[in-house]
Design a binder for this molecule. Sequence first.
Ligand SMILES: Cc1cc2nc3c(=O)[nH]c(=O)nc-3n(C[C@H](O)[C@H](O)[C@H](O)COP(=O)(O)OP(=O)(O)OC[C@H]3O[C@@H](n4cnc5c(N)ncnc54)[C@H](O)[C@@H]3O)c2cc1C
Length: 267
Amino acid sequence: MGHAVGRGGEVHERGVVGVAAQPLGDPFGVRDDLAGPLPRSEGDGLGVDQAGRTRPSRREDQVRLSLGESPCRVSVGKKFDKLGYHAIDSAELVFDDYRLSKEHLIGGVEGQGFFQATGGLELGRINVAARGVGLAEGSLRLATEYAQVRETMGKPIAQHQAIQFKLAEMATKVEAAHAMMVNAARLKDAGKRNDVESGMAKLIGSEFCNEVVQESFRIHGGYGYSKEYEIERLMREAPFMLIGEGTSEIQKTIISRGLLKDYALRG
Ligand SMILES: Cc1cc2nc3c(=O)[nH]c(=O)nc-3n(C[C@H](O)[C@H](O)[C@H](O)COP(=O)(O)OP(=O)(O)OC[C@H]3O[C@@H](n4cnc5c(N)ncnc54)[C@H](O)[C@@H]3O)c2cc1C
């Protein structure tokens, strides 16, 4: 969200500035045109009850996603100073008396917001799983190289069985996380249901990522704590994989929900 807002905080004259999710029936700033201020409680906008319209009954049907365009009152609030993930900024977006018109409804059909958002979550989880695999793979490579260069007790640490076992476990975790990520991605590409598989891929991808990065850090010894070595940055990047697109606890909730549904006892 907010990628069309300038880095200096200015709002672009034209272009998309954000996606807003709202429950239907919430008349907040929704109207047929953008000309002039109207009270928030007006009744002629999208999602507001009109004569003859049947209100959706399911909670899932009561969310809409709309695409906002400037000019409108959007400003960038506090910018977060983060542990890692510095390739993009993360900041508050302030929607002040924000108004949307009918044609900004994503997909053009009301009540699809929940499904659009959850469909995006599956993709996002596979995405984070893949990023976790990449981070883990990079950390494994760094550790494997470093272990052949650093010598203790008269030989490269790669010759110590303790380090060999670490590398073997790390490589196995990378391979397993990669396989699960590819499996989820294939299901998604095939248009098949993949909430459980993408949840599993994200869970393993992020947890294994953190374990592998941590082990690589240990193998680097004191140097791993220095910014001169890339593993220091990967140590700061890895924790976000545990959080972004849903925490591990949430992935477990999704997986077990699917499991209980698949193996539900009849009778
Ligand atoms: C740098 C950064 C960028 C982000 N970018 C985006 C983005 O682009 N788009 C976006 O939509 N979001 C984004 N997020 C939000 C991110 O997806 C959430 O932070 C994440 O899903 C966790 O939600 P939360 O912070 O509300 O944690 P909370 O829900 O407050 O969770 C706190 C703790 O409670 C646990 N918990 C919560 N509910 C349950 C439950 N029902 N059962 C068991 N345990 C539970 C959690 O696992 C966690 O340990 C970003 C976050 C960060 C840090």
